[in-house]
Design a binder for this molecule. Structure first.
Ligand code: AHR
Length: 508
């Protein structure tokens, strides 16, 4: 099959905010204990952090990690997780029905984040708690010294403030499963008051208000609208969450799900703009897509799990080749909406619906979804270009007009590189893709990286990686056109760079 794409230097959507390559660590399953933290493991450093895991997080190039939840945060007393470890309580954790030993908490996580080369996006508990605990945590983390909470942090060995810039006002407060679920009016008022005192404590912080926990929630739309009536003046972002599944084993439909993500983003952006209009406001509220991924493989196992244990295996989805394609389409969708999506977190980072898996006491390894995320995070920095596409479309059980080609280009003017990300949704046919290049006449082909496997259910494991990226050859590389072949059901990264005179060396 054939596809055509036009890449024009001036067709800019917006700048990539690097925080769209964020991720998420929740006190859930083996994300923390046995994931990032495992004292006694041969790879553990003096703080108990697994260096093999830190190495993989660094490979992923994750600029921000949301913490400590998720549903967990709605029952969390942050004070349980600071101070001498031997005095910290073990608690019943009601979101996931486990025991939380509090061996890791705020200061340890900040220390881990520094070692992993990332920043913390902190969530406060607006479930069982409220503005007082939230503003105390901001003071504990961000105030320099001379107050009860800041001096408590210093007495815990952290002299310098943590300087955490991005904060979530609770988590999924629209969901009946949430500890202390609220109505939009209840949450809106609570979030507005928490936001006020948090920003009074540290005016430099940015705040994310809870949007809907999914576009299929019965309150979707009205929730955002009502919450924004209360928080518009105080919040900088509204959150979106989405998880896709292929329970019906219908791959063409599964591959079309990113269309739903796109329409979710556009609808929430519209609601934010409506709030701005109603308030006669000047500020544009942007979007934080702070949970997104594929999640369904582990559902059955999780239903059978024993309750009230520490760090059981939970939400340990093992991802397939087709999941990597869906994650690739979702990454492209985030990029295509770079004008409004400023933060996004792949949920999650280690062991729990994650690109990185570990064995307790054993290896750390890369899931299939690791690769599209790594490629996008590494090469998808700069200006996103809108790429009009000519390609055939198909209809599926839930969606119509799904293009066989999902694609976007990112131009990095500083590095003088142009990267085209592309998914061929056609399961049986390769796509001969012709890319017309406008304003990039002096750019030359660097490489075409592709991820594909005829077995869409193939997975990686601690024993080895069946799914690994490989290099493909360009069909033709001269003139204002680039011709490449996208294998059936494939994720592709096509990289170009400005050619320099022959006597100047370039590192690619
Ligand atoms: O990421 C797993 C869970 O999914 C999070 O705790 C929650 O916010 C969402 O429902």
């Amino acid at each position: 099959m054939k596809g055509k794409v036009v890449i024009h230097r001036e067709f800019s959507i917006g700048e990539v905010d690097k925080r769209i390559y964020g991720s998420f660590i929740e006190h859930l399953g083996r994300a923390v204990y046995g994931g990032i933290y495992e004292p006694g493991h041969p790879e553990a450093d003096e703080a108990g952090f697994r260096k093999d895991v830190i190495g993989l997080v660094r490979e992923l190039n994750v600029p921000v990690v949301r913490y400590p939840g998720g549903n967990f945060v709605s029952g969390y007393n942050w004070e349980d997780g600071v101070g001498p470890v031997e005095k910290r309580p073990v608690r019943q954790e009601l979101a996931w029905m486990t025991l939380e030993p509090n061996r890791m908490g705020t200061n340890e996580f900040v220390r881990w984040a520094r070692r992993a080369g990332t920043e913390v996006m902190m969530a406060v508990n607006l479930g069982t708690r409220g503005p007082d605990a939230a503003r105390n945590l901001v003071e504990y983390c961000n105030f320099s010294k001379g107050t009860a909470w800041s001096d408590l942090r210093r007495s815990h060995g952290c002299e310098a403030p943590h300087g955490i810039k991005l904060w979530c006002l609770g988590n999924e407060m629209d969901g009946p499963w949430q500890i202390c679920h609220r109505t939009a009016a209840e949450y809106g008022r609570l979030a507005a008051e928490a936001a006020k005192v948090m920003k009074w404590t540290d005016p430099s912080i940015e705040l994310v208000a809870c949007g809907s926990s999914g576009a299929r929630m019965p309150t979707f739309g009205s929730w955002e609208s009502e919450v924004l009536d209360h928080v518009y003046d105080h919040a900088d972002y509204v959150s979106l969450h989405i998880y896709f599944d292929n329970r019906g084993n219908d791959t063409p439909n599964f591959l079309g799900k990113s269309l739903e993500m796109d329409s979710f983003i556009k609808t929430v952006a519209g609601i934010c703009d409506l709030a701005k209009a109603k308030k006669r406001g000047k500020k544009t509220v942007n979007l934080s897509f702070d949970e997104w991924n594929v999640w369904f493989h582990s559902n059955d196992a999780d239903r059978k799990r024993e309750k009230w244990t520490v760090a059981p295996s939970q939400l340990e989805d093992i991802y397939t080749m087709e999941d990597a394609l869906v994650v690739g389409c979702m990454l492209i969708t985030l990029l295509k909406n770079a004008d409004r999506v400023k933060v996004a977190c792949l949920a999650q980072l280690v062991n729990v619906i994650a690109p990185i898996m570990t064995e307790n006491g054993g290896k750390a390894w890369r899931q299939t979804i690791f690769y599209p995320f790594m490629h996008a995070s590494k090469y998808g920095r700069g200006t996103v270009l809108r790429c009009p596409v000519k390609v055939a479309t198909y209809d599926s059980r839930e969606y119509t007009d799904i293009p066989y080609l999902e694609t976007v280009a990112v131009h990095d003017p500083a590095a003088e590189t142009l990267t085209l990300f592309a998914v061929n949704r056609n399961l049986t046919e390769a796509m001969e893709l012709e890319a017309g290049l406008h304003g990039f006449e002096d750019y030359r082909f660097i490489e075409h990286i592709t991820l594909h496997n005829p077995d869409l259910h193939a997975v990686n494991s601690a024993g080895g990686e069946k799914i690994r990226p490989e290099k493909a050859a360009p069909r033709k590389r001269d003139g204002p056109c680039l011709d490449v072949t996208l294998p059936p059901a494939s994720w592709n990264v096509i990289r170009l760079g400005r050619a320099l005179p022959a006597h100047i060396d370039r590192p690619f």
